[in-house]
Design a protein around this ligand. Structure first.
Ligand code: NAD
Ligand code: AKB
Length: 318
């Protein structure tokens, strides 16, 4: 059986990815790695290692000694946190990627998944049905790091034959773990406040439309992309991927169908300026034709599943 490593496994995507990969490949073959000393209970069914992706030699030693053949590199600072600490965001988002790309170049790793984001687009990008190939002038440090990462992934593939695969995730909505500091986090936070019976103060304006996706779709897309033969992966920068697009007003109205007394107010902060540079909707026709992508969840379905499943005790002020 191949050995798989997920770096950044305790985050919003990592938690669900580890569980999915373990159910497919066996608990003992999927190593979860993150900065945290202790393994979170949710990931305790298989091996966990404390790892700082910036400690290059330790990462190399682990991957080589455990004969890891597939790496999912999720450790990063997301858009809002990155704007607060641009220099560190650049270091974290880029240096870990080079460590993993170089290990693949040297023949130690067979396949890499590295996520990009809709943040690669910027204010000069066409905002509606944003094409795969278009103007990309991101204006956030997060977007710049993702765009640079995409270029390096393609470079390592073209020059060294590295099998690296990537998706430009939209904002992801899930209930298994909390989001880690992005501009789309409001669309998760809103469910906790609604379920608690609280008024929700939204940090984006009511009409800010952004591309979003329910986590189950995002995990399925990731595994489908990683499963297809390498010849099918024609885009070696990163694939556009679309779930559903909505505004804070639209998601609040969908929640009100279940909780009529739910109230939302709007107090846009620095994250509004980030959101204003991102697309409203995404053209993912390359993903559809190259590896058969198709989303399952629309806004109505994701609101249903979130309200049914979120556990309000996960947030500290519950
Ligand atoms: P997250 O912030 O929830 O999780 C990131 C994890 O990485 C955390 O558990 C953190 O402890 C860990 N980490 C941070 N620094 C580390 C280091 N030096 N070494 C090892 N681990 C470290 O992020 P996420 O939402 O799970 O996102 C994962 C990836 O997907 C990121 O690259 C992000 O840019 C990308 N992405 C996420 C979304 C989304 O909506 N969640 C959308 C687009 C792209
Ligand atoms: C963020 O808001 O930073 C992330 C993303 C879309 O990359 N959710």
């Amino acid at each position: 059986m191949k050995k798989i490593l997920i770096i950044g496994s305790c985050g919003q995507i990592g938690t669900e990815l580890v569980l999915n990969l373990r159910s497919r490949h066996g608990d003992s073959n999927v190593y979860a790695a993150d900065l945290h000393v202790d393994c979170p209970v949710k990931l305790s069914g298989g091996p966990y290692v404390q790892m700082d992706v910036l400690k290059k030699e330790a990462v190399r030693d682990f991957i080589i000694s455990k004969k890891i053949s597939e790496v999912y590199l999720l450790a990063a600072l997301l858009s809002a946190k990155a704007e607060k600490n641009p220099a560190f965001a650049w270091e974290l988002n880029m240096d870990g990627l080079f460590t993993i790309l170089d290990l693949a170049k040297e023949g130690y790793i067979d396949k890499i998944f590295w996520p990009s984001s809709i943040a690669v687009f910027g204010p000069t990008t066409p905002q509606e049905n944003t094409p795969q190939l278009t103007v990309m002038e991101p204006s956030t440090v997060y977007g710049i790091s993702k765009q640079a990462g995409e270029r390096w992934c393609e470079y390592y593939h073209n020059h060294y034959g590295v099998d690296v695969r990537s998706i430009r995730y939209p904002g992801l909505i899930s209930y298994t773990s909390l989001p880690g500091g992005g501009t789309t986090d409001y669309a998760v936070d809103i469910f906790y406040q609604a379920k608690l019976g609280n008024e929700f103060s939204c940090f984006l304006a009511d009409d800010t439309v952004l591309p979003m996706m329910y986590m189950e779709d995002a995990i399925r897309a990731t595994l489908e992309l990683m499963d297809v033969p390498k010849e099918s992966v024609k885009i070696r920068s990163s694939y556009n991927l679309s779930g559903c697009s909505f505004t804070p007003k639209e998601i609040s109205e969908e929640i009100q169908k279940h909780i009529p007394e739910f109230k939302i107010t709007y107090a846009p902060d620095f994250r509004q300026a980030i959101a204003d540079t991102w697309p409203g909707s995404i053209d993912d026709s390359f993903a559809r034709s190259d590896w058969g992508w198709g989303e399952k969840y629309n806004l109505e379905m994701l609101v249903n599943v979130m309200l049914e499943n979120i556990d309000v005790s996960m947030i500290s002020d519950a």
